[in-house]
Design a protein. Sequence first.
Length: 278
Amino acid sequence: MLNKLSENEIKDIISTTTIKNEISNCKWFAKDIYVYDEIDSTNNECKRLAERGIKHGALVIANNQTNGKGRRGRSWYLEQETGIAMTLLLRPDIKPYNASSLTLVAAMAISKAIRDIAGIEALIKWPNDIVVNGKKLTGILTEMSADVDKVNYIVIGIGINVNTKRFDEDIVDKATSLKLETNKNYNRNTIIASFGYHFEKYYEKYLKTNDMTLLMEEYNKYLVNIEREVTVLTRDSSYKAIAKGINNTGELVVRMDDNTEKTVSAGEVSVRGVYGYV
Ligand code: BTN
């Protein structure tokens, strides 16, 4: 009885055909797509497939993850069929020390896609969370296989809360979704395709310098932390500073109390807002 259902009630299904139709303007993004109803983690599956030789730009998507992984060993909650869990495989000819910027490039592409599609202010919390109204909409987990001076492959795993209506108590204060922010439902295929289109554009710029030189101005424009007081958390201490924006290598420049500037790198520290998550 499809015609009795309102548009919002029609089940949003991840469809390779729909994504392919919507990425006709892409050069290499998602030419190969692997969709799973359920998998441990799209990052894990993408790494397994990468070892078997799948191509640059291949995309792994799942409706459900049984072991979704977040940063710093945390897990990632995906409400079945309402969120996006996808992992993009890259095989760039770059040095391992240039790889960390790619996670910032992905954040820029998601921020742009969400702003275009939902018309909301989707900002970047350094290095790569997307936040809306101070709550987390998207997380990115980037992993790499490399030799000493050569990248074999990079997987960029992205979790986006799309049509999710509620979150568990432990994350309800920190997490949000497009549905909760706009009271509308979104087609996940369209968001995936839009991300790919923008990622290709930003990636092209990244490859010109293998860093954020040509992207940092735009990144800083959407950086939620800019000119805000943040708490920088190191392994065994924490201090307060003002975030000034990223530099060309993607590190965060912060101004200390004594007016000196310092750069912090995402591998070593994380930042929090002084009064909360941002
Ligand atoms: C974070 O902690 O903010 C990063 C979360 C990344 C979650 C995504 S969901 C798709 C991909 N597969 C995973 O297991 N993790 C990433």
